[in-house]
Ligand binder design. Structure first.
Ligand SMILES: NC(=O)c1ccc[n+]([C@@H]2O[C@H](COP(=O)([O-])OP(=O)(O)OC[C@H]3O[C@@H](n4cnc5c(N)ncnc54)[C@H](OP(=O)(O)O)[C@@H]3O)[C@@H](O)[C@H]2O)c1
Length: 259
């Protein structure tokens, strides 16, 4: 793989995705960032150029649309070629008890963005990357993938799907030159909570949150090394991972209550 290449980061306009994009920019890679909001994309692109990216394209694509992942692939192929680094990071959630509280529209959106668009994108990008014989893919899962999370029932299901999906396909294409890494962030400061309508009075809202730059740098390093997954930040995330391995499911679920 060339020292500098083309990196595509979905959700690259804010939070963890913007910080992932900054890692590529600082290492001199060309970038495509994808999100919805045009103003946020333009601001992020300017920051990334200032951080050292030789070229930044900022595309507005609704990855929650039924053809979102396909559009992502075809526009990339047409205007930029095959990326060396693919970060499928865009994601949304929906907070609240599934019965009577959480918003079905947000839940269906999270399935569309977190699952459908990632599967569609991977189905199109991966064969071309495997045929080329090189590529690094990062899929943003979450520590909530470690067990059921009450009040984030649909979201934690999508993130468990992503973790299993990433590691299963990684195994299938072992030795192809293409690696897939699952990034599993713990609670991280970003716009995620407001968008998911997390109750500002809840424990989730008040719990300490990691710096998105710390999480992104850990994910970036793991992806470059071709690791299978990375829990970030290491300390809090690994405690949760160890607890999930050691405790019975019912206790994991009880402790994970996102209220
Ligand atoms: N924050 C946490 O505590 C945490 C923990 C574990 C995992 N994660 C995961 O980390 C990833 C990044 O989230 P974040 O925390 O950085 O939140 P964020 O700041 O809200 O960033 C989400 C990004 O995804 C984009 N996006 C959302 N819906 C989209 C759609 N339909 N089409 C295209 N782009 C879309 C957003 O762009 P627009 O604003 O333009 O829509 C934004 O760039 C997500 O997969 C999330 O599930 C977050």
């Amino acid at each position: 793989m060339t020292r500098t290449g083309l990196a595509l980061v979905t959700g690259g306009s804010s939070g963890i995705g913007l910080e992932l994009a900054r890692c590529f920019a600082e290492d001199g890679h060309r970038l495509i960032i994808v999100a919805q909001d045009r103003d946020k994309l333009d601001r992020a692109a300017a920051e990334l150029r200032a951080a050292g990216a030789p070229h930044v394209d900022a595309w507005s694509i609704d990855l929650g649309a039924p053809d979102g992942g396909a559009r992502l692939f075809h526009e990339t192929e047409k205007f930029a070629g095959l990326p060396d680094f693919l970060c499928l990071n865009a994601g949304t959630g929906a907070w609240g008890d599934f019965v009577g509280q959480s918003d079905l529209y947000l839940e269906l959106q999270s399935i569309a963005v977190n699952i459908t668009s990632v599967v569609q994108s991977a189905k199109l990008f991966l064969p071309a990357m495997v045929a080329r014989g090189s590529g690094r893919v990062l899929i943003t899962s979450s520590v909530v993938a470690l067990g059921p999370s009450p009040r984030l029932a649909v979201y934690s299901g999508t993130k468990a799907f992503l973790r299993n999906f990433a590691e299963a396909v990684r195994d299938e294409i072992a030795d192809s030159g293409v690696t897939i890494t699952a990034l599993m962030p713990d609670l991280t400061e970003s716009g995620f909570f407001e968008r998911a309508k997390v109750d500002p009075e809840s424990l989730t809202a008040s719990e300490p949150k990691a710096d998105p730059a710390t999480v992104a740098r850990a994910g970036y390093a793991a992806m470059l090394k071709g690791k299978d997954h990375i829990i970030a930040p290491a300390l809090t995330g690994k405690v949760k991972a160890a607890a999930a391995r050691l405790l019975p499911d019912a206790l994991v679920t009880k402790f994970a209550r996102a209220d």
